[in-house]
Design a protein around this ligand. Structure first.
Ligand SMILES: *[C@@H]1O[C@H](CO)[C@@H](O)[C@H](O)[C@H]1NC(C)=O
Ligand SMILES: *[C@@H]1O[C@H](CO)[C@@H](O)[C@H](O)[C@H]1NC(C)=O
Ligand SMILES: *[C@@H]1O[C@H](CO)[C@@H](O)[C@H](O)[C@H]1NC(C)=O
Ligand SMILES: *[C@@H]1O[C@H](CO)[C@@H](O)[C@H](O)[C@H]1NC(C)=O
Length: 511
């Protein structure tokens, strides 16, 4: 193993090789540099105080004040246009320090004065722009969990629906390293004037893009973002660059994120029950919740598990083979993992520059998930790369690997007996007991070529469940893999039509 040798003998060797590689790559890519917008241009650099204030939606007034000894000072006043009676305001003078200027107080971050007079700095919209570009409306909700994380959950509003109380609420939960866009980017499409969802080049009975298919078929669709992905990076007390922010595994998503989102949607919709579709880690979350808090089986009707992964012992993904080398590293660091920030959009554009770039990016991105090129729409590569990986904590990665190696859904293993004992009163983390689940509203959808979730693992899960399943559906084409359930040319034929059918089965017990 040349890599082992490099790293063992001297880390510096690896660094030299890596830098040479980056250097050669950047020379090779030189011709396309200018089109990449690689160099940031922050407009605030060129703005003076009044311009900064006005760029945020306020008005500014410059006053020139002459001192007793003749100096003329510039003092800028921030005018909030939402205040009609300025005599009610209390004047306050902000004086900067040595070698500074009045901008000290206003350049800490970008932000905007909203139409209703609030100052908001987080204009990271998540899926809202995609939803609105297709003719729907979008509502962003910020949901605070019991432990202070602020999740962005986006609701798709179908403008053709007048009485929203008739809709059935459904929460869609993406998997590891993904985000809410998972459900809405499979293809382009449009909401027509008569309320239909139409996609180019689709001859399935329904569309390929599940989020919109549900939104035109009587569902009130809520798209979740798990804590720590690119759209859920806020907390009531911590900033996302504090290590303590990243101290979470899948357990916290089960104990805090799901209950917070579920009760928020119940309140907002005035409905007792809601439906849930999870993909990949999104299924572990719901299986974990139903196992640890069985009363949720009265609320979640049905739970549709796409690529159900509580048991991953048979996984053949290369990730699993090499993961053991980094497992203890992931456990001992408290950092974001694969959260690429602004670089991600640049990489996505790079992946979209030519057919060959699309193929390379596809091969790299899917190297851990399994290939099925006939179902992959290469014109979507850049869009997918912009959303996968979407970031999570290093503990989340460690937790998944732990479940693979122990072959059971288990609480997070802190990697040492003392911490485990403190948390769990035992050296071994407790198991999420699948046989304790009493929900009779569970449906499974999976595919045969899924490297992360091979069929023997699904069979193993079924042998643990003590309940009758609503549906147990293996996609008939044996070549489909993990992402194909959402991102394929024929989901409108082989996956999406199955979902409304699950709801109409006569033994389903929903309001
Ligand atoms: C790939 O996606 C694009 C955008 O949705 C669509 O126009 C095109 O028809 C798709 N390709 C195929 C082969 O369906
Ligand atoms: C499952 O168990 C919970 C908690 O004991 C209970 O509230 C619920 O009614 C049970 N559901 C079914 C379908 O048995
Ligand atoms: C899959 O995992 C189960 C449970 O650990 C094991 O019994 C079975 O032999 C495995 N199947 C294959 C094909 O490896
Ligand atoms: C933790 O406890 C187990 C027994 O429960 C023991 O086998 C193992 O060696 C202990 N590990 C450490 C690091 O002390």
């Amino acid at each position: 193993m040349v890599f082992n040798k490099l790293f063992k003998e001297d880390n510096r060797n690896a660094l030299v090789v890596l830098s040479l590689f980056v250097f050669v790559l950047s020379i090779y890519l030189m011709p396309i540099w200018p089109s990449l917008d690689l160099f940031y241009h922050n407009e605030d650099i060129d703005r003076d105080t009044a311009q900064i204030i006005e760029s945020r939606g306020f008005k500014a007034e410059n006053h020139r004040i002459t001192t007793g000894d003749g100096y003329i000072l510039t003092v800028t006043r921030i005018i909030n246009p939402h205040v009609t009676d300025r005599s009610k305001l209390r004047p306050i003078l902000l004086q900067h320090g040595y070698q500074c200027n009045a901008n000290l107080w206003i350049i800490n971050s970008m932000g905007e004065l909203t139409d209703d007079g609030k100052w908001v700095e987080d204009n990271n919209d998540g899926p809202a722009q995609i939803i609105e570009s297709r003719g729907f409306k979008a509502e962003n909700h910020r949901i605070t969990t019991g432990d202070g994380y602020i999740l962005t959950v986006t609701r798709i509003i179908n403008p053709h629906v007048t009485d929203r109380s008739k809709l059935r609420p459904i929460l869609l939960q993406h998997g590891y390293q993904c985000n809410a866009n998972l459900w809405i980017i499979n293809s382009m499409g449009e909401l027509t004037d008569d309320g239909k969802w139409v996609e180019d080049n689709n001859d399935g009975p329904v569309g390929n893009t599940l989020g919109f298919v549900l939104a035109v078929n009587g569902y009130d669709v809520w798209l979740a973002n798990m804590r720590g992905n690119m759209y859920s990076l806020h907390h009531t007390r911590y900033r996302s660059y504090d290590p303590i922010f990243w101290r979470f595994s899948i357990d916290e998503m089960i104990d805090y994120d799901l209950p917070a989102m579920i009760s928020y949607i119940q309140k907002e919709t005035q409905k007792e029950q809601l439906s849930y579709i999870g993909h990949s880690q999104g299924t572990i979350m719901m299986f974990g919740l139903l196992a640890s808090q069985p009363h949720y089986s009265n609320i979640i009707k049905p739970f549709i598990a796409m690529s159900p992964v509580p048991f991953m012992g048979n996984s053949t993904s290369p990730l699993v083979q090499y993961g053991s080398y980094i497992l203890s590293f992931l456990r001992t660091t408290e950092t974001p993992f694969l959260l690429l920030g602004r670089a991600q959009k640049h990489i996505a554009h790079l992946c979209d520059t030519s057919y060959i770039a699309r193929v390379i990016c596809y091969r790299v991105m899917y190297s851990c998930l399994g290939y099925q090129e006939e179902q992959f729409n290469f014109t979507r590569t850049g869009v997918y790369v912009a959303n996968l990986p979407a970031g999570s904590s290093s503990w989340n990665a460690a937790h998944l690997l732990q479940m693979v190696y122990s072959n059971r859904p288990q609480r997070y293993d802190y990697g040492n007996n003392e911490t485990n004992t403190m948390k769990y009163q035992s050296h071994e983390p407790p198991v999420y007991d699948m046989s304790a689940i009493n929900s009779t509203n569970i449906a499974l959808i999976y595919s045969a070529n899924d490297w992360l979730n091979p069929v023997p693992d699904v069979e193993y899960l079924k042998s643990h469940l003590n309940v009758k399943l609503l549906d147990d559906y293996e996609v008939p084409d044996p070549t489909w893999n993990h992402m194909e359930l959402l991102w394929a040319l024929e989901t409108g034929q082989f996956v999406n039509p199955r979902i409304p059918d699950i709801f109409t089965k006569k033994y389903i017990d929903v309001e």
